[in-house]
Structure formats: C-alpha cells, structure tokens
Design a protein around this ligand. Structure first.
Ligand SMILES: *Cc1c(COP(=O)(O)O)cnc(C)c1O
Length: 398
C-alpha cells in the first residue's frame, strides 16, 4: 500500500513523546568546543541555571543535577530517601509507574503497587484505604507519576497531597514529571510535592542526557536520617557544591549545559503560563480530530475523560493491529514519525502522538492531516471532518 512516489524528503517531524523536537537555538548553543571547566563562563552560569530550573518546577527549594536520563533520576531520588526494607506505595496508571516501582525494588524497597490499568487514572478511595491501613506509617513514600507517557493519563498530584494531609500520613510525595514538566501545569511547592524528578529531553527540549531531582526541606530531613546514601547519587553536594565539579560528581556535561541554558531562555521568553496554555490548545485540537476519526469505529482514544488526558502525549488504538501500519505509512511516505505503543496488550494496534515542547499550530495541523492521509491510503474507516475540527479548535480557541 505504498504510493509510487515517497513524499518523505524534507524536514522530518519526530512526533513522539520524547525525545521531543530540538529548537535550532538549542542545537546551535551546543555546537562548540568544550569550554574551560576551571573558571569562567560555564562556572558563572550555574547559579542562574539552577534558579531558572527551580522556576520552571515552581519551587523555592533545591535541585540536584545528574548526567542521566529519566531512569537515572528515579534511582537518584530513591537513593536519597529510601533505605533497604522501607515500604513505598506506587499507584500505577501505566508502564512508567511500574518502572519506577521496579527501580525502588532494585534498591531494596518493599513495593505496594496499586494497579489501575492502562486507561484509568488513580482511584483515591483505593489509595486512601491503603494509607489508612498503614497506621504505623511504614509507607515512607508515594511514587506518583504525573503524566504516564505510555497511557497518556494525567493524574491529580495536588489531590494526592490533599489526601495525605487529610489522613495525616507523613509519607513523602514523590512526583515523576518527566513527561509533564513545561507541558502540563505543575506546581511543586503549591501542590506540596516533596521530591520531583524530571529529565531534559521532553518539555525541556534538550537532547537526552541530563536529569534533575528537586527536593524540599522535608525530603532533606529524610535524607539526613538515612543510614547511608550512595556517594554518586547523593543530592547533598550536588545541590550545595563547594567546587564546580561537585555539581556533577565529576566532569560537567558542558555542551548540554549550554543547550539547557538556551532552552530555559526560550521558556522564559514565552512564559510558563503561556507554554501550558499552548500545550492545552494544541492537545484539544488533537483530541477534536481523534474524536471525529473515532466515529468511524476503528480508532479509539485511550483515555475517555478529557480532564485525565495529558496535554503532551495522546495514546491511541486502531482495530486489527493497524497502528503499526499507519505509523509506517506516515514515516515512509510523509516524513512523520509517530510514537510506538508502550505497555499495552496489543502492540501493533497502539500508537502515540507526541505534542510536547517545541511544537506549534502548523506542526500539529500537519501531523493530523498526515494521519488523515495515512488512514485514507490504508482504507481505515474514520469519521469525516477531523482536520477541520482541529482547525476550528485553534481558530476559536475553545
Ligand atoms: C520518558 C519517561 C521516563 C523515562 O525517561 P528516560 O529518559 O527514557 O529514562 C520516565 N517516566 C516518564 C513519565 C517518562 O515520560
């Protein structure tokens, strides 16, 4: 089912939920010889860099930087506050929650996992029951994935804090914002999050390789009581270094820091509130198109309820395993790469749209029109007017 002529030449759009599209200014900022790591510009830019990172995390507390991907920040965060034998609670709405729970088990924690499946958000009654049963307060932390990128479910972190407070439970609230930071609204301090982990290759628009652990005084208090903390993961010297090399416990990721600086400048130039609003508008356009397509019976949006949908990624399913066929068509014929299904039963059916970071209206409209083209080429039944519905959302900003 291929066109005689492939139309994939030209600039490609990698529409997957991370790594996201890199702004040219980020790439250009990284394209340089390694700078002096003993003195000068690189060292001098660190205070503003950490201040601006805390700004996007909406916290007045501390940040430790790691040369790591998101998985590395999971282990880094856990290593500072979870001792072998400690119990952690992991409410799961997708693959990444399971991944974080496994990381906790790997450092010796006992994991209580509550599985809500792959298309439902947390049910607070169930979480409350588990916390209530824990009258001795053996649960030391709750591992809360804000947006689970596999299912595209967005969970309500703020409501989880309210629940912990209501039950007077002292467990740390630890949030994974790897997919949500700078896409979906997140307010670390206002929402009472004690530890937050994220990485640079999604909303932060920088090539993968640097990760962050933000922590407040309560988490720092727990850190101080730990019998031992891995010297490499220890957040203490990284957040309060006497010397530059301590930021990274070794050589700095020099080019990455320049890229990150450029990305933070873009973010501050646009403003975080505007960034959240842009992602919301673009996500609504994506959903409007998907809802029209779904009228044909072949396409299904994984998350029914819009208030539980991420603004950064949308997980979809096509009947008869045609998700893979559609992805291949878009990639080979049109130069558009869509995300694979993750953590779902039928891998060939599921696929995901990344709409995070450096994306604008024309990219989203082109992505949707490309999918329409692919569905037409593959004779996939679909409701009509999908691209028009998306255009109307953007035109009316409804
Ligand atoms: C991408 C992602 C991860 C994993 O990050 P890596 O950089 O691939 O290790 C973890 N959690 C969430 C929610 C993610 O979106």
């Amino acid at each position: 089912m291929k066109n005689p002529i492939s139309l994939a030449q030209g600039r490609e759009y990698l529409a997957i939920p991370g790594p996201s599209v890199m702004p040219d200014v980020v790439l250009q900022a990284m394209h340089r010889a390694s700078p002096n790591i003993y003195e000068g510009e690189l060292i001098d830019m660190m205070p503003d860099l950490t201040r601006d990172l805390c700004g996007v995390a909406r916290t007045d507390h501390q940040v430790a930087i790691y040369i790591a991907n998101g998985h590395g920040t999971w282990e880094a965060a856990l290593s500072n506050v979870i001792a072998p034998g400690d119990i952690v609670l992991a409410p799961a709405s997708g693959l990444f929650a399971h991944g974080w729970a496994e990381m906790a088990a790997g450092i010796g924690a006992q994991v209580k996992l509550i599985d809500f499946g792959t298309s439902s958000p947390w049910e607070f009654d169930q979480i409350a029951e588990t916390l209530r049963e824990d009258s001795a307060h053996d649960i030391k932390a709750v591992l809360a994935v804000h947006v689970d990128t596999s299912s595209s479910i967005r969970n309500d972190i703020h409501a989880l804090r309210d629940l912990l407070d209501e039950l007077d439970h002292p467990a740390l609230l630890m949030a994974d914002c790897i997919a949500s930071l700078c896409c979906d609204r997140f307010e670390m301090d206002a929402w009472g999050v004690d530890v937050m982990v994220t990485a640079c290759q999604k909303g932060l628009m920088t090539p993968a390789g640097v990760g962050f652990v933000f922590f407040n005084d309560k988490a720092q208090g727990r850190r101080a009581q730990m019998p031992r903390v891995s010297k490499y993961w220890d957040w203490q010297p990284r957040a309060n270094p006497d010397q530059f090399y301590q930021f990274f416990n070794g050589t700095a990721p020099t080019q990455h820091l320049y890229g990150l600086r450029a990305a933070l400048d873009l973010i501050h130039g646009e403003g975080i509130e505007h960034i959240w609003a842009r992602h919301r508008q673009l996500a609504k356009a994506v959903w409007a198109a998907c809802e029209r397509w779904s009228e044909g019976g072949a396409l299904q949006i994984n998350v029914d309820e819009p208030t539980h949908r991420s603004h950064a990624v949308t997980a979809l399913r096509l009947t008869e395993g045609r998700g893979t066929a559609l992805r291949n068509y878009c990639k080979d014929q049109l130069g558009l790469t869509l995300g694979i299904g993750l953590g779902m039963e039928d891998k060939e059916s599921c696929f995901r749209l990344g709409h995070m970071g450096h994306v604008n209206g024309q990219m989203i409209l082109a992505m949707l029109a490309s999918i329409e083209t692919g569905m037409a080429a593959l004779d996939i039944p679909r409701g009509s007017g999908a691209v028009e519905a998306a255009a109307l959302v953007l035109a009316k900003q409804s």
